[in-house]
Design a protein around this ligand. Structure first.
Ligand code: ADP
Ligand code: MG
Length: 680
């Protein structure tokens, strides 16, 4: 066994107590310790005054020019200032609450000071200083994250001791031709350079190497898992009839867009293949995913199997049922709803028919995954807005058939490169084209004091026969959160728009009440619908042209985009109005981005930049590991490269035999990375 796999206690000076503290940081073995990299570097390079920016954190070297003077505030607070000559420029160095150092600051002594630079006052607020000539060897100092009782200095000492004793054990695992191809540093050198930083450039090189390695290992795991799954889990090779599917497509009220057609082909290939489909379908709001799902379900039923579609909300389930019935019922296909509102006798009947195979397509909410739901021959499982369901819920539905094909649909577009890389074990289809003739929605950001004008605008739209949504973040008044609430807003608007009807929708209504509200709105019996975000996903009322969002800064970009997608579904020009007084820069930036782009992919890329990947994906659901060095957002190019290499390796017949790969394969086997274990 490699020494690196030994517990940290084999390192000189590390006892049980220290080992426990290291354990709190996730460090158990020598290898863990050596791979515990600094999370940032403090830059101690001596700077020239003229080249530094205001507020920058910098280090200067000079000579003390005057006696320090100390001022006292209250009991404990002090401000010590001293004049320092830096290359003929006289500046002021300020030390807070360090009056006791006064004696050390002798006129004529050399001093190195680090802190925040005020360009206008020529003043440095000092955090760290050193008396005497400049002796620092490193221009960069590693900063490690520590916790508990462990001091950073202690941790550093242990890491350096560990490196001294065991750095030679670090094995190269990347194939030589890869090191050559990408000009990567050998592993040992990279590790040493991360702990002993010598220059920003060298750290960057070392980082680059480790990023590639981390991504490659991650992608090898994903790709081998995908391959394993394809080989091991026999799917259902459905005897699909392409000709009939094409006839069905021709019978649709509109021609498919090129993107829809492409995705349909990808799905058709999967359905008839003998591996199990595991496909993510991404398409912006309104790009027409439902029709694609209908085609897939048609092909499935035509081949003699049942199809299930699971959606997150009752409203959406009902909408899907009515639009899909319209397409499939004329062909003799039985479509049924299974949701919380289907109860008692009706439900029992439905269940019987599903079990007997008399119902071909089942559309529903969570009610679909209850224990008493049994299918006759489930061949295709689709989940819409897949991010709304947990991994477990999706698995339960999948397990109701024998290896059914699985399609996930989402309107929360994940930046393309990232999706392909992160969901490496899934196939990804993208509908990146809108149906022809769609008008772009005009988006405006206005402050709350403009509300009167906004309402006037809505009135104008209603007079032309159109409708409006008004979205509020909360249901009831909350003193703590200064937000408008749906109930209040509804009352206010109903008073304002006396000649019109205003509906109210929120999550606490009974399902049957929700239906009534929704139905009234879709029949234009109510002209305005005040709602919480329950209308966020999927709802389709093409006659509505205005989406007004109260306190828009409280929503994330993806959610705002979803909400905006509720309008612009018909032939009329539509508008999205964001009512917001954001305080933070990020909030303002969000509003700006919304007004600037209608494209969900661009938006999600910006969102990712603003929020970072952990937040964006929800770490758990994504199956993303915690990388030590790599960052899926900033290093996504490397991720893409690593992914391509991993695909090539896994599918290469030489992979297991070639000497080039020997160290890598050995490592993968030792770590159990190629075992085909489930990732999620
Ligand atoms: P989403 O991707 O948001 O689920 P939908 O499937 O609800 O989008 O489609 C939005 C609207 O566009 C629907 O009214 C649908 O009938 C219409 N639609 C879908 N595909 C096309 C197409 N190829 N041409 C014209 N209209 C289409
Ligand atoms: Mg949809």
């Amino acid at each position: 066994m490699s020494q690196l796999a030994q517990p940290v206690t084999i390192i000189k000076g590390v006892g049980e107590e220290t080992a426990k503290q290291l354990g709190n940081l996730g460090i158990y073995t020598v290898g863990d310790l050596l791979e515990y990299y600094p999370f940032r570097y403090e830059d101690y390079r001596i700077r020239e005054i003229h080249e530094v920016n205001h507020d920058e954190r910098i280090t200067l070297a000079g000579v003390i020019h005057s006696e320090p003077s100390v001022r006292y505030f209250g009991k404990k607070k002090t401000r010590l200032s001293v004049r320092v000559l830096i290359n003929n420029v006289l500046i002021t160095a300020v030390f807070f609450n360090q009056g006791f150092i006064k004696k050390q600051l002798q006129v004529g002594s050399s001093i190195t000071i680090t802190g925040k630079w005020d360009r206008h006052r020529l003043t440095l607020t000092v955090n760290e200083f050193k008396i005497g000539d400049v002796t620092r060897q490193n221009e960069l100092a590693p900063v490690y994250s520590v916790g508990g009782n462990l001091k950073i200095a202690t941790l550093k000492k242990i890491i350096y001791q560990g490196l001294k004793e065991y750095a030679n054990e670090i094995q190269e695992i990347l194939p030589p031709f890869i090191l050559e191809k990408y000009k990567l540093l050998p592993k040992k050198e990279a590790v040493l350079r991360l702990h002993y930083p010598q220059s920003t450039e060298l750290v960057k090189q070392a980082r680059r190497r480790m990023v590639y390695e981390e991504f490659l290992l991650f992608q090898l795991k994903m790709q081998s898992f995908r391959k394993f799954k394809r080989e091991q889990t026999k799917g259902l090779p459905m005897p699909t009839n392409r000709k009939k599917v094409e006839q069905f497509i021709d019978s649709l009220p509109f021609p498919l867009t090129g993107a829809q057609q492409r995705v349909v082909n990808e799905i058709m290939n999967d359905l008839s293949a003998d591996y199990r489909m595991n496909r993510l379908l991404q398409g912006d709001v309104g790009s027409g995913k439902t029709v694609v799902a209908a085609v897939a379900m048609y092909a499935t039923v035509d081949a003699g199997f049942q199809a299930a579609l699971m959606v997150p909300t009752e409203i959406l389930a009902e909408q899907h049922v009515s639009s899909i019935k319209e397409l499939l019922s004329p062909l003799g296909i039985e479509v049924a709803l299974l949701s919380g509102s289907v109860k008692g006798k009706k439900r029992r009947e439905q269940l019987e028919k599903i079990k007997a195979g008399e119902i071909h397509v089942v559309i529903g909410t969570h009610a679909l995954i209850q224990d008493d739901v049994h299918f006759h021959k489930l061949g295709l499982v689709i989940t819409d807005e897949q991010h709304r369901f947990g991994v477990e819920q999706r698995r339960i539905l999948r397990d109701k058939g024998e290896n059914p094909d699985v399609l996930f649909m989402t309107a929360t577009p994940i930046p393309r490169t990232l999706a392909i890389s992160v969901f490496g074990d899934m196939d990804v289809s993208v509908i990146d084209e809108m149906p022809a003739g769609r008008k772009t929605i005009e988006t405006y950001w206005v402050k709350h004091d403009m509300l009167e004008r906004v309402l006037h605008f809505i009135e104008k739209e209603i007079k032309q026969g159109h409708q409006a949504y008004v979205i509020c973040p909360l249901i009831e008044e909350s003193e703590k959160l200064d937000v408008q609430n749906a109930i209040d807003v509804h009352a206010i608007l109903q008073t304002h728009f006396k000649e019109y009807k205003v509906g109210l929708m929120h999550g606490r209504l009974h399902p049957s009440e929700k239906d009534e509200v929704m139905e009234a709105f879709s029949k234009n019996e109510t002209q305005i619908l005040v709602s919480t975000t329950v209308v966020e996903v999927g709802v389709n009322v093409p006659n509505s042209t205005v989406m007004l969002i109260y306190d828009a800064e409280r929503f994330g970009l993806a959610q705002l985009h979803q909400l905006r997608g509720r309008v612009g579904r018909g032939e009329h020009q539509s508008y999205c109005i964001l009512l917001a007084d954001p305080k933070s820069d990020v909030g303002k930036e969000r509003m700006r981005i919304m007004t600037e782009t209608n494209d969900g992919f661009t938006l999600s890329e910006r969102d990712l930049e603003l929020r970072g990947p952990g937040d964006f994906f929800g770490q758990k659901q994504s199956g993303l590991p915690n990388f030590k060095v790599a960052d899926v957002v900033h290093d996504y190019r490397a991720l893409e490269v690593a992914r391509q290499d991993a695909v090539e390796f896994v599918n290469s017949t030489h992979f297991w035999e070639d000497r080039e790969y020997k160290a890598l394969v050995y490592y993968l086997e030792e770590q159990g990375i190629l075992s085909g274990e489930k990732l999620d």
